[in-house]
Design a protein around this ligand. Structure first.
Ligand code: ATP
Ligand code: MN
Length: 514
């Protein structure tokens, strides 16, 4: 942040460097214009930025970093303002804590300065109940676990900080502090940070004005939120990315590698966590916070009674985060089994940071895209066969979206990616998903001219160790469904609880769509 401030100062210095005025006053050349004009111009810029973001080609990487430690994308004034405000609030709060400490000393009765604390709307979201990082939920993976607030020392309870509306000074300060509760678009200036005392009358009329402004901008705001949510890089996500850069986990977030149906993937330059080295190149998978994907993912979660009781009350944002968690857990299982796949670095809410498969900001090609000689193609096939067996037998997982689009070719090896939807074989449709994976793999390698490639039926049996026999696909699928039914009855008999415990984290979360 210091660097930002220094950079801002430098710019300022450049901007105001003009022939000296003997009176010392800076020359004013700006034509006066209304605040609304400025605001809408800023909004237009902001929207344009979002549009540009959406226009990134899906495989090309934009070399200009979006967010870096020393070069923040200043074209987004709103974001910059939020960042500065956050940093300012933090500094203000720590100063306040010091003053509170100094003021109270060792006294048994202490005065809390709590009411003057800056609760920045964005930063504050960290502790709200639906914004819990997985680290917080490690023991109870999907249960809310609100961070406990440390008890205030000194005199607490009713009657603390008694304020009457006649106590002008305290009341005035409090009014100033309360301005931060106004809509975020409502510019309250620097008053909050200064010892400014607002009279009740002024405060009330400001409040009234804030409300009407809020209503007025609601429509425009709606549109803006919609367009950014489509990209999964709404202001909260961007701020989250910025925080990762600010805390040093990442050095910079670069361009977008891919915008899929369910996620947006960015390239990032790694930093370090607690002295642990983060890979030089990282991929940031941002799970989309729109609801569209539920439709396409429905098939993975429908009928999975195992999680129903537990997850039915979750809100959409928590569910999105659970998909991100799911991908993290599944990647970790694969990693332990030695299957080539991205290494998980960290999960922050709905952003999964993993190692980048590729080089110099260029992602490794998908099997779909690459032209391979027949020798390599044959090698790739045997690798995939082994990886599928390992995934099933050692990780107890079925990929459930395996195809030439989700296998990358890098370093002379095949890498599996995109495992947020992967399930355990005992999932009510687990074997059907496995068969579909087998059909995709088999078709791809047979078309690519690998004579050794098994057909889908043989591949299914080879991977699962089952012995399903049928003369055509319809019969084969029917046999698979019968197996699933037997398994389901079996699981149900043992009781929901037991099956949940056994299923651990491999099964998908359930969305109760009633
Ligand atoms: P889609 O809907 O296109 O399948 P998705 O939302 O399922 O996308 P992924 O398949 O995980 O997301 O990632 C999309 C693309 O981003 C991949 O096809 C790949 O090109 C790239 N990608 C994802 N993760 C990585 C990684 N760790 N390293 C390099 N590239 C990656
Ligand atoms: Mn994919």
């Amino acid at each position: 942040m210091d660097q930002v401030e220094v950079a801002a100062k430098e710019n300022e210095n450049k901007a105001i460097w003009k022939p000296k005025n003997p009176w010392g006053a800076p020359q004013k050349e700006t034509v006066p214009c209304s605040l609304t004009e400025v605001m809408s111009e800023q909004l237009a810029k902001h929207l344009q930025l979002e549009d540009e973001l959406s226009a990134f080609p899906s495989t090309a990487v934009n070399n200009e970093p979006l967010i870096t430690g020393d070069n923040i994308d200043t074209s987004s004034d709103l974001l910059l303002a939020q960042m500065l405000q956050m940093e300012f609030d933090r500094e203000f709060d720590s100063q306040l804590r010091l003053e509170e400490k100094k003021y109270n000393g060792d006294s048994k009765v202490s005065i809390s300065f709590e009411n003057y604390r800056m609760a920045h709307p964005y930063d504050d979201s960290d502790s709200s109940d639906d914004e819990v990082d997985w680290q917080d939920t490690r023991h109870d993976p999907y249960g809310p676990d609100k961070p406990k607030t440390t008890p205030k020392k000194g005199f607490t309870g009713k009657g603390k900080n008694i304020t009457t509306k006649h106590d002008e000074e305290i009341c005035g300060r409090r009014n100033t502090a309360r301005m931060e509760n106004f809509a975020s678009e409502f510019l309250v200036g620097d008053g909050i940070g200064m010892d400014l005392k607002l009279s009740n009358q002024v405060f009330n009329s400001l409040k009234q004005h804030s409300y009407s402004e809020q209503r007025r901008s609601a429509k425009i705001h709606e549109k803006k939120e919609h367009s950014t949510a489509e990209q999964a890089v709404d202001s909260k996500t961007r701020l989250l990315m910025y925080k990762m850069v600010n805390s040093g986990i990442l050095e910079a977030v670069n361009g977008c590698i891919s915008t899929g149906k369910e996620s947006v993937v960015f390239h990032a330059k790694g930093g370090s966590i607690d002295d642990k080295i983060v890979p030089e190149e990282c991929a940031l998978k941002v799970f989309k916070t729109t609801l569209n994907e539920f439709k396409t993912r429905d098939k993975y979660i429908k009928d999975d009674y195992r999680f129903k009781d537990r997850f039915s009350k979750l809100n959409p944002r928590k569910i999105i985060r659970m998909w991100a968690e799911k991908e993290m857990h599944n990647l970790s299982r694969m990693q332990s089994a030695g299957i080539p796949c991205p290494e998980v670095i960290i999960l922050k809410k709905h952003i999964l940071v993993m190692s980048f498969i590729g080089e110099n900001q260029v992602p490794a090609p998908k099997l779909k895209e690459i032209k391979m000689n027949s020798e390599d193609m044959k090698g790739a096939y045997y690798q995939v066969l082994n990886m599928m067996k390992q995934l099933y037998n050692e990780c107890n997982l079925v990929h459930a979206d395996l195809s030439e689009y989700n296998m990358l070719w890098h370093d002379g090896k095949v890498w599996f990616i995109d495992v947020s939807q992967s399930v355990e074989p005992t999932h009510p449709h687990g074997l059907e998903f496995l068969f579909r994976d087998c059909r995709n793999v088999s078709t791809f390698f047979q078309k690519a001219g690998v004579a050794e490639a098994m057909n889908a039926f043989d591949l299914f049996n080879a991977v699962s160790g089952l012995d399903v026999q049928a003369s055509n696909e319809a019969e084969f699928v029917a046999a698979i469904e019968a197996l699933e039914k037997i398994n389901e009855d079996h699981v149900q008999k043992r009781g929901k609880k037991a099956s949940f415990d056994q299923s651990d984290d491999g099964g998908p979360p359930i969305i109760n769509d009633e």
